[in-house]
Design a protein around this ligand. Structure first.
Ligand code: MN
Ligand code: MN
Length: 264
């Protein structure tokens, strides 16, 4: 089993700042730049693990864009590789999960984020980057949802989470992650604003008090199953400093890809 790296340059479902559409190409160039090594912590080389690249443009209209994302994930799964997707804003995760559900059924999800992204709608948009996990739950894509790093949950989102048995943990509660809920089929969604802005300043919605890079890496190392897919979203190059956040994304690609090719 190998991994396909996909880029989804979409940021029109962002509620505040544009920029994440620029992310996939920049993260890819940093991943393979001479400034960084290709090796995961376990010694796997990312160039050996990633067998395919899909960085095609997306339709400009939101519905058509989501359909295109689902289709490209389905195509990746059909070719017997696992999709590792680069956003784009977090709205890309719902159409990804739709396609994952068709292949694997409902998945268990580790979701790292400052925000629960469980709004019924945001600014009138049910597919906003503030809503993907509400849509995924309603659509039957989710078995267990475990959110870590959350520090901006509105009462509405807390109520939605409680109703649907979402485990909503702050960065301080990372030691209490219920790993027994994260068995196969497992999906990992990493919004880079889940990390503290000290580690990942290149995001549209920085929220101090977040996770460190090492805490996220330690979390990934403890996962009890090889993910069937993963995404890294919300990198905003226009807010970054010396590509620091792009380098975090590149490290996360190496670790996620190495985990994804393990056999359970
Ligand atoms: Mn977020
Ligand atoms: Mn998010």
């Amino acid at each position: 089993m190998t991994v396909t790296l996909l880029g989804f340059p979409w940021d029109a479902s962002s509620s505040y700042a544009r920029g994440p559409a620029l992310a996939p190409a920049i993260i890819r160039s940093v991943l393979f730049s001479d400034a960084s090594s290709p090796y995961s912590l376990s010694g796997a080389s990312v160039g050996d693990i990633i067998s395919g690249y899909d960085f095609a443009d997306l339709p400009k209209e939101a519905d058509a864009c989501r359909t295109a994302i689902s289709d490209r994930i389905a195509q990746t799964l059909k070719s017997k590789t696992k999709p590792l997707s680069l956003g784009g804003d977090h709205s890309v995760t719902y159409p990804i999960l739709r396609a994952i559900k068709n292949a694997h059924g409902p998945v268990n999800i580790l979701h790292i984020d400052a925000h629960p992204d469980l709004y019924e709608e945001f600014d009138g948009d049910r597919y906003s980057h503030a809503c993907p996990f509400a849509r995924a739950i309603e659509d039957g894509c989710v078995n267990n949802l475990v959110q870590v790093g959350i520090r901006s949950a509105s009462p509405e989102q807390r109520a939605f989470g409680k109703k649907h048995d979402v485990a909503m943990l702050s960065a301080d509660e990372a030691a209490a992650i219920p790993y027994d809920k994260l068995t196969a089929p497992l999906y990992v969604s990493i919004d880079l604003d889940g990390l503290d802005p000290a580690y990942a300043p290149g995001v549209s919605h920085p929220e101090p008090g977040g996770l460190s890079t090492r805490e996220v890496l330690a979390m990934l190392a403890k996962l009890p199953a090889a993910p069937v897919g993963a995404d890294i979203v919300e990198y905003n190059p226009e807010r970054d400093i010396n590509l620091a956040t792009a380098h975090v994304a590149a490290r996360l690609i190496k670790e996620l890809a190495a985990l994804m090719v393990q056999t359970n």
